[in-house]
Design a protein around this ligand. Structure first.
Ligand code: HEC
Length: 118
């Protein structure tokens, strides 16, 4: 270890984005968990464009990248995590660019609540 290591660590950490608190602050997470299936007509084809707009830029399954959300089965395999992250607004990440519209979040949650019709 060189004596410069602590300084480098400080510099590296300073470059990290500061995450706003999940329960308020800068982040607006007003999405609510659907208690029943009210949009039974939603199909994978309806929500696929939302996953493509909001998730697959990162979750494309590229080597070294995040695991895929590019097809039905991958989403189904991660259903509970996807739901949880949509609900607490931890995905897409705050530093990923444009915030995801609440309406899109809600639509994905409705579809999951209806058991993800294909
Ligand atoms: C800017 C890139 C980016 C975008 C966009 C993005 N993710 Fe992620 N996601 C990541 C990274 C990196 C990880 C792995 C690191 C981690 O667990 O924090 C991850 C992890 C996850 C996880 C699993 C682990 C966890 O933390 O719960 C889920 C589920 C997830 N993402 C869902 C989504 C969904 C759903 C979307 C779209 C609504 C999305 N992500 C959009 C980068 C992204």
């Amino acid at each position: 270890m060189s004596r410069f290591t602590p300084l480098l660590l400080v510099v590296a950490c300073a470059g990290q984005p500061t995450l706003p608190p999940v329960d308020g602050g800068m982040l607006e997470c007003t999405v609510t968990a659907p208690t029943s299936c009210t949009q039974a007509g939603l199909r994978y084809a309806d929500v696929k464009p939302i996953f493509e707009a909001q998730c697959t830029t990162c979750h494309a399954g590229n080597p070294g990248g995040s695991w895929p959300l590019t097809d039905y089965q991958s989403i189904a395999d991660w259903k509970d995590d996807v739901r949880g992250d949509l609900l607490n607004c931890s995905m897409p990440p705050y530093d990923g660019g444009v915030p995801m519209p609440t309406a899109q979040r809600q639509t994905l949650l409705e579809w999951i609540r209806c058991d993800m019709p294909q």
